[in-house]
Write a protein that binds this ligand. Structure first.
Ligand code: GLA
Length: 754
């Protein structure tokens, strides 16, 4: 991995052997984008890469049409990477190259989550300093290239070195001008209980993209976008992805111009943002990660997975195996007593669960969702000996104890709101909108963060608590801070996010042994910003296993399995009414951090035995499930037929695979969603194995299997054969009538020899 500067060509080449990123200082001092893709040799000139000189971008450089961090108003009429307004009201900066620095390692970003290095030789960083001479505005572009991961971490620092106030009105974390538009744009969109829907459509001239203005990243849009070549599949072809390490309002878009140049941008949503830079003030954008793969979408996902798992997640839980938990929410909702909780915890312990999580309803006088958010002291009616008493009793049973909180919220019916009505976000003299009967606290105000840190620390210190589920159950309306003067209200949303990060940093810093899991009505704030503090998150309130095939598949485009909370729940499923076998539900949840979310005291003796075996199997293989290399083999989404599968399988089957870090074991899950009469047999090609190794293939018999599949596929098989020919499935007409809908099988592969 290296960053080189060719002084004669004024060119920077960032390369890690697989991936190259090349930019150049242009004649007029602005920065041109030359290349982002498969590694190129170091050359001072790349005549074939130079943009074709089109007219139209006069003030930048007549021969260049692709820019690295483009301004507005100077002849480049596309959407800019940043906008600043000067005191006199003009908004046309002319930033030019001033200096640069190249060094080993990666700097941190105060107040914001970001990727990091532990040793300087893991990465190299380029700081490129630009100066707008007329105003004194300095812009520093940061690029870090990692030796091990095919990606760049980028962010931008604005420094007002002038003697007049400057207002930032747009500050993208990343902008990239690609030389052609032959890409499909993939986005992750959705809604409550149906998060992470994969959208995949060819780019066209004009704008396309996603954004959030809800105050958090949102269930509707996830802060990432992927470009894949139209011919790229899960395992082959080129793909580029951008992911924003941020939990607030964002924009991620692509603009295809009249010359077919595709400008990709990701950053804070400028529609709800402005930031005043007084003399000497500094503003840092959040970090964005630009990942590249020559091995299709699985290759791209693996870059994100490894980076986020190893160099975004922090603390002792980064590498630790995550506990199998039982959460009481769908089992009891608000309706529980201490006795009931202890019965559930004992039963969970007997099944092999390692952690009992008490969800909403343990505090204030909360018996439904109308009251008490903000009152973080025990509900004495339900917990006569408080959280401490309960936690001690639960841990005495031999199972750890975890707790749900929703710190950013307040109900109008709460002691906190009665004491501090002004702490809830509102616009003076205007009505306040309630959602789920609650308001949002103004996390941009340090005294509120301080209060929350104090009251939550009291609870966390008072009891043996090993886990916290941090929820956030509404979006922000009437965005306004009474602590900011009117001209600076554009800072409100970003200050909110910084306040949330501050509280997260303080709590995780003070209680490093606690495992934090994030949640926002399911997956409404499942983003890399939060992953920087909470290494796992609750992906969706939808626990239906069929729906989860879609949701976990979509999330896996960017997020590692170690970050995905995945629970087995009761049937009929509470979100869909669907009945699926217990084994099918478990086998879907295995590909993530396994939990159960139901009342375990209601299991029959047969179900108890089955669950014990599920948990034991998962524990024996959880390193592979949580930290292995993950491959999507067959998509459950009909719309993805072009990517991976012959048409008749689409929507009816799904298949996932994970290969342990040491390559010694692999697990394949095959899920038949809807049964098909006389289904054609098919071969499921595996991935990530060694061609020249043999694997002992078995099925997990406790989960159910078909005798034909077992006979055909089990035994000693070559890695080459498994990848080139694949497992043979559905090889008899009897398969469908015998196994019906929602039939799943798990194949276990053990590498033979050393
Ligand atoms: C949200 C979460 C759920 C549960 C409830 C409790 O909806 O996503 O998992 O914790 O809140 O009110």
């Amino acid at each position: 991995m290296s960053i080189s500067f060719d002084a004669a060509a004024k060119q920077f080449h960032l390369c890690n052997g697989n991936f190259s990123y090349i930019i150049r200082i242009l004649e007029n001092g602005s920065i041109g984008q030359v290349y982002a893709g498969a590694a190129l040799r170091k050359n001072s000139a790349y005549p074939l890469l130079d943009p074709i000189p089109f007219p139209g971008f006069s003030n930048n450089d007549k021969t260049f049409t692709r820019f690295e961090y483009p301004a507005n108003g100077n002849g480049d009429f596309r959407r800019p990477a940043f906008v600043v307004r000067f005191t006199e009201g003009a908004a046309v900066p002319e930033p030019c190259y001033k200096s640069h620095r190249i060094y080993a390692g990666k700097p941190g970003q105060p107040g914001l989550p970001s990727t990091y290095t532990e040793k300087d030789d893991e990465a190299a960083t380029l700081e490129l300093e630009l100066l707008d001479a007329a105003s004194g505005l300095r812009i520093i572009l940061f690029y870090t290239i990692f030796a091990q991961y095919n990606c760049l971490a980028r962010h931008v620092r604005f420094v007002n070195d002038g003697n007049k106030k400057i207002t930032l009105e747009n500050a993208m974390s990343l902008s990239l001008d690609l030389p052609d538009s032959r890409w499909n744009l993939i986005t992750l969109t959705g809604a409550w209980a149906r998060e992470f829907d994969i959208g995949d459509a060819p780019l066209r001239t004009g704008f396309q993209g996603i954004q959030s203005s809800r105050g958090i990243s949102g269930a509707q849009t996830n802060p990432a976008l992927i470009l894949r070549r139209p011919s790229a599949t899960e395992n082959e072809g080129e793909a580029l992805g951008a992911s924003l390490i941020y939990s607030g309002n964002f924009i991620a878009d692509v603009e295809v111009d009249q010359w077919d140049i595709a400008r990709l941008r990701i950053g804070i949503n400028p529609e709800t943002f402005s930031w005043e830079l007084a003399e000497g003030a500094v503003f840092d954008t959040p970090e964005a990660v630009l990942a590249w793969s020559g091995n299709g979408l699985n290759g791209l996902s693996q870059v994100f997975h490894e980076l986020f798992r190893n160099r975004l997640a922090r603390g002792p839980w980064r590498e630790a195996e995550r506990p199998v938990l039982l959460n009481n929410w769908e089992g009891t909702y608000f309706n529980f007593t201490e006795k009931k909780i202890l019965e559930m915890a004992a039963s969970a312990r007997n099944l092999g669960a390692e952690l009992f999580v008490l969800d909403d309803g343990w505090f204030g006088k909360r018996d439904d969702d109308h009251s008490s958010l903000g009152d973080w002291f025990p509900h004495k009616g339900k917990l006569p000996e408080g959280v401490a008493g309960l936690a001690q009793k639960v841990t005495a049973l031999g199972i750890k104890f975890g707790l749900w909180i929703e710190p950013e919220m307040v109900n109008p019916d709460s002691d906190l709101f009665r004491a501090h009505p002004d702490w809830a976000i509102h616009i003076p003299q205007r009505p306040r909108t309630e959602q789920r009967n609650q308001y949002v606290l103004d996390m941009g105000r340090p005294e509120i963060v301080e209060h929350l840190f104090k009251v939550l620390s009291v609870i966390l210190e008072s009891a043996p608590i090993s886990y916290i589920k941090w929820d956030m159950n509404r979006y922000i309306t009437e965005p306004y801070s009474v602590a900011l003067p009117p001209p600076r209200q554009g800072e409100f949303f970003h200050r909110y996010v910084l306040g949330v990060y501050d509280l997260y940093a303080r709590l995780t810093g003070a209680f490093p042994e606690i495992l934090f899991e994030s949640c926002a009505s399911g997956g409404a704030r499942f983003d890399p910003g939060i992953l920087g503090f909470a290494p796992q998150g609750w992906l969706s309130d939808d626990t239906d296993a069929v729906e989860r095939l879609h949701i976990q598949e979509g999330a896996s485009l960017i997020y590692p399995l170690s970050s995905m909370g995945a629970h087995v729940s009761a049937i009929p499923n509470h979100q869909t009414g669907r009945l699926t076998p217990l084994a099918f539900r478990a086998m879907v949840s295995f590909f993530g951090c396994l939990g159960y979310e139901l009342d375990p005291t209601k299991f029959s003796a047969k179900e108890q035995e089955a669950v014990k075996k599920q948990i034991a199997f998962y524990k024996a293989h959880r390193r592979t499930f949580q930290y292995g290399n993950f491959y999507r083999l067959l998509s459950p989404l009909p719309g993805r037929s072009v990517i991976n599968g012959p048409y008749p399988l689409n929507g009816r089957f799904a298949a996932w695979m994970t290969v342990s870090e040491d390559g010694k074991e692999a697990i394949v899950g095959v899920y038949k969603i809807l049964s098909n009469p006389n289904q054609r047999p098919f071969r499921l090609k595996l991935a990530g194995l060694k061609n020249d190794a043999d694997y002992q293939v078995t099925v997990w018999e406790e989960g159910g299997y078909s005798a034909e599949d077992k006979n055909l596929n089990c035994g000693n098989r070559g890695g080459d054969e498994l990848m080139q020919a694949g497992l043979l499935l559905e090889c008899t007409v009897h398969h469908s009538p015998k196994n019906g809908d929602f039939f799943s099988e798990l194949f276990l592969l053990r590498k033979q020899g050393a």
